[in-house]
Design a protein around this ligand. Structure first.
Ligand code: ADP
Ligand code: ZN
Length: 223
């Protein structure tokens, strides 16, 4: 039987976290829990949370810690996550979120935190060309000359630029990453749970690096 996993992926917007999380989720047969996807789903449902989140997200800001912690507490309490584990994408994003997560996961602690490291200049270029399927979330790269409407190869949905992939919102998100999320790297490093992966490589190569890091973390723990 394939063992499950409890992993956190950190990395700048556009570092390729989403793609890697989908692969890891298949590899370990655990849910990919993306707080960005959860908030976008809330928007599609038109819930109060969704309406509030849209205002914050379109501007590139962060939804409040208390709301996010509540969402994650509930999600990690579901049977799939309690059983096999999960891949966390987009959470924690601040030190208070990370502290709350430690408390939520005291009984079933995370295996390892992977930081997919890609410099700011490189992600800026990637993000301005990023397009995403509105329905299934598959990512695409725009060459600037595609014929519109662009239809998703996976599910037939519309491929669009995310509302928060405007230049202003991108800059704002990257600034907030440096200010609020980058401190998590020290937070996890100081407790021996961090592994930094160089994310400037092909998606397959980055996958290999992540898999090797997860295996190593497990071996260290079992020793
Ligand atoms: P990106 O990593 O490109 O910003 P995500 O899909 O992970 O994209 O998140 C989109 C937006 O959702 C964020 O810019 C933020 O407004 C909100 N969000 C997602 N996760 C969190 C979180 N843990 N805390 C606060 N806001 C969040
Ligand atoms: Zn699709």
């Amino acid at each position: 039987m394939i063992p499950g996993a409890r992993l956190i992926l950190l990395g700048r917007q556009g570092a390729g976290k989403g793609t890697q999380c989908v692969r890891l989720s298949r590899q370990f047969v655990v849910p990919h829990i993306s707080t960005g996807d959860m908030l976008r789903a809330a928007q599609r449902e038109g819930s109060e949370l969704g309406k509030m989140a849209k205002l914050v997200m379109d501007d590139g800001g962060l939804v409040g810690d208390e709301i996010m912690v509540g969402l994650i507490r509930e999600r990690l309490g579901q049977s799939d996550a309690m059983g096999r584990g999960y891949i966390l994408d987009g959470f924690p994003r601040t030190v208070p979120q990370a502290i709350a997560l430690d408390e939520i996961t005291t009984d079933l602690p995370i295996d390892v935190v992977i930081d997919v490291d890609v410099p700011r200049e490189i992600v800026l270029n990637r993000l301005s060309a990023r397009r995403v399927c509105r329905d299934c979330g598959t990512n695409y790269v725009s060459s600037g000359i595609e014929r519109l409407p662009w239809i998703c190869e996976v599910c037939g949905g519309d491929v669009v630029r995310r509302d928060d992939d405007t230049p202003e919102a991108i800059m704002h998100r990257l600034d907030l990453y440096d200010e609020l999320t980058a401190p998590l790297i020290d937070f996890y490093q100081s407790t021996g749970r961090l592994c930094i992966i160089d994310g400037v490589a092909s998606a397959d190569e980055v996958s290999r690096r992540i898999t090797a890091a997860v295996e190593e973390a497990r071996q260290n723990r079992n020793r």
